[in-house]
Design a protein around this ligand. Structure first.
Ligand code: ADP
Length: 267
């Protein structure tokens, strides 16, 4: 099977031109087939502020009401996605920017109401609004594009097949895409962000845990070492490994070209 590297670029990296440019240069040097998934939450928050659309966050997650859905569609599917595609073209990468609605690539359904523990300890049913949980990634179309030499750049948007876009977690798009393409390629999935990997002490960037097995992950969660945004990232990673993705690496965006850097996950 041919090698495919899927890179998910997170949070802070996309927001600064220097870090984005640096990451995209390294991405363009990766040999073989590749695919990029991007986030952009901070850019969406900034644009919503400029438009006077107030944002509600519950437990660190954005509530996507109808107006916010318009903002994230513009910002993720437009501004951020096309900025990345244009930069990749300057680096000789023939990128194609897509949302999950394009070519019917990623189908999802609106997330049902979720019981969430609030800061005051009470449990409430929360409606996250126009947020998608993924049902299907169209691996045939995506795989054919990749085999033709196209480098897809996926924004964190999917569609519900009834005419609505849905805001969808970029980490989940990366892992579900990796799983779907693992039938056809030898997939290496890299989550890159501004830290050096999964850290033993979140304040100390030198405390990288070089490798984590599934059992060790459970223990890291119990000990409270892995928390916040890292928790769903690792859950997504281990489901990808269970579903046939060969390698999952969590690393600094500066180090995606260094084979041993970051945290390597295994069964
Ligand atoms: P992104 O959107 O950048 O991919 P998230 O915010 O979803 O990232 O998740 C990464 C965040 O998880 C880190 O910035 C950090 O604040 C948090 N985190 C929690 N526990 C850890 C840990 N043990 N090691 C590294 N980061 C951690």
């Amino acid at each position: 099977m041919e090698q495919l590297t899927i890179v998910k670029v997170g949070g802070a990296i996309v927001e600064s031109d220097d870090s984005l440019n640096n990451l995209l240069s390294k991405f363009s040097n990766i040999p073989g087939h590749k695919l990029l998934v991007h986030g952009g939450g901070r850019s969406a928050t900034k644009m919503a502020e400029r438009l006077g659309i107030s944002q509600t966050m519950i437990g660190g997650r954005r509530v996507t009401d109808a107006e916010t859905l318009q903002v994230v569609t513009m910002v993720y599917g437009g501004l951020v996605n096309k900025h990345i595609v244009a930069l990749l073209q300057t680096k000789g990468v023939n990128a194609l920017g897509l949302t999950g609605a394009d070519l019917n690539l990623i189908q999802s359904h609106k997330r049902p109401l979720k019981k969430v523990k609030m800061d005051d300890g009470t449990v409430q049913e929360v409606d996250y609004g126009f947020v998608g949980d993924i049902d299907k990634v169209n691996a045939d179309i995506l795989g054919n594009l990749i085999s033709q030499g196209v480098v897809p750049v996926l924004s964190p948007l999917t569609h519900d097949c009834m005419g609505s876009m849905l805001n969808t977690n970029a980490d989940t798009i990366a892992s579900e895409t990796a799983i779907a393409l693992a039938q056809r390629f030898n997939v290496r999935l890299m989550y890159c962000f501004e830290k050096n990997g999964v850290l033993l002490n979140a304040e100390d960037d030198e405390s990288v845990i070089p490798s984590i097995t599934k059992n060790e992950f459970t223990s890291l969660v119990e000990r409270g070492i892995v928390q916040g945004g890292m928790l769903p990232k690792l859950e997504n990673s281990f489901s990808a490994i269970d579903a046939g993705v060969k390698t999952v690496i969590i690393t600094n965006a500066n180090n995606i070209d260094i084979e041993d850097a970051g945290t390597h996950l295994s069964k």
